[in-house]
Design a protein around this ligand. Sequence first.
Ligand code: PRP
Length: 208
Amino acid sequence: MPVHVVEHPVVTHKMSILRDKSTSVQRFRDVVSELTLLLSYEATRDLEVRSCTVQTPLMAMQTHTLTGEDFVIAPILRAGLGMVSGMLRIFPEAKIAHIGMRRDEETALPATYYENIPSPLTSSTVIVVDPMLATGGSLSGGLNLLKSKKPKTLKAICLIAAPEGKARIERDHPDVHVYVAALDEGLNSRAFILPGLGDAGDRMFGTL
Ligand code: PRP
């Protein structure tokens, strides 16, 4: 199944901090970054490596290093921006593809308002980041946009998914693996994830 729930006590612990409405803006940002780093670890298990020789203080050994393939982080604005710093801790030379998508508050349908994507992507590993996978419209739209640029590899990392969003991505993009920290109960009438953590963008940027 392309949507993978990363089950780990540290991940659940950090998600509980994000869910708590008394968590400060600063703490919220820090924990989003930490969780993204943890999920990146799962999402990049199949990165290409090449063999090399390293001289330890005691002897030479054969080991592997990353090939240094082109790596692109694609945050879906706004809230995805908060996940970029966590990924840059592991991939400091990554390029950033900005995708602006906004959900209409009445219809919950996403509209693209900005895109700035490095080109070409044909030899790039691209990881889309967005904390919330609610109806799945924003992530599905972002993946469609990136697929039109034919990336070598395309994956996504989200923090919370609703079953509705999971089903949408599995239907629209069965070829894209998505790593999430939690699968919640469902959506309310305004397409907010329950129990969720509220509006990730507002909590991250202090615009409540
Ligand atoms: C939120 C969230 C996702 C989207 C998820 O963004 O960050 O991008 O909604 O909903 P969906 O799965 O139903 O498309 P929002 O549109 O509120 O914008 P923001 O990041 O600027 O707060």
